[in-house]
Design a protein around this ligand. Structure first.
Ligand code: HEM
Length: 205
């Protein structure tokens, strides 16, 4: 993959994310009377649980790489962390697959497309975790230095450019998806159907 991708995409993604936050801020509705909200589906709960585990693993390496290295110094702890992360990834995959199929069946193609992208990203993460084992150990040495260089506005993709294609793809597409996050409405709301509940459930009760 060209070095330009690694130096340009993060900042384009950050620009899109800022635009998304601004749009959300400007278009927020005035406070209304609290209305009953729909419960999340089983798939929605799986997504929330799985995403929490996966996000924690991703964030820990980025925010506290030394602590993660120290934690992973014991093979038993490394194995446990990898196993828990993989369970989180599979939970996320399963939940996203359920939600995407539901939206396809309901003919809601916009929501289905967005969920489908998250599903593909999670699939690439699980493929990566299974094919290149002990990811939480090499993540802090290969991907985290690149991410930190991006945050320091001195992007250096020397190591990432030599990593397997799946690592490069998962990292760059992850940034693109994170940029789209402000455009996603996940919390159950009474007016229209958010991503983690179904229209059918919203009308029930
Ligand atoms: C810049 C953004 C991202 C980077 C640098 C990144 C990096 C990584 C790395 C290095 C792994 C392997 C970890 C391991 O084997 O322990 C991984 C796994 C994974 N990633 Fe990401 N990722 C990013 C964004 C995302 C996003 C947005 C999602 C969800 C939509 C996601 C979902 C997953 C999943 C499900 C796994 C497998 C679970 C696991 O074992 O940790 N990633 N990611």
């Amino acid at each position: 993959m060209s070095d330009t991708f690694f130096t340009v995409i993060p900042y384009v993604a950050a620009g899109v994310a800022v635009a998304g936050v601004a749009r959300r801020w400007l278009s927020r509705a005035p406070a209304a009377r609290p209305a009953p909200v729909a419960p999340w589906t089983t798939s929605g709960r799986a997504v929330v649980g799985g995403a929490a585990i996966v996000a924690l693993n991703h964030a820990l390496g980025l925010l506290a790489p030394r602590a993660m290295q120290a934690f992973n110094a014991s093979p038993g702890r490394l194995f446990t962390l990898e196993a828990v992360s993989l369970i989180g990834g599979l939970l996320l995959l399963w939940g996203l697959a359920g939600l995407t199929l539901r939206r396809v069946r309901e003919g809601q193609w916009g929501a289905a497309g967005l969920l489908g992208l998250l599903l593909l990203q999670s699939l690439s993460g699980v493929v990566l975790a299974v094919s290149l084992r002990w990811g939480s150990a090499w993540y802090v040495h290969v991907v985290v230095p690149y991410l930190r260089s991006v945050f320091a506005f001195q992007p250096d993709a020397t190591l990432l450019a030599q990593a397997p294609f799946i690592v490069q793809l998962h990292t760059l597409s992850g940034m693109v998806l994170l940029a789209l996050a402000p455009f996603i409405r996940a919390r159950p709301q009474p007016v229209t159907a958010p991503l983690l509940v179904t229209p059918r459930e919203e009308t029930a009760g």
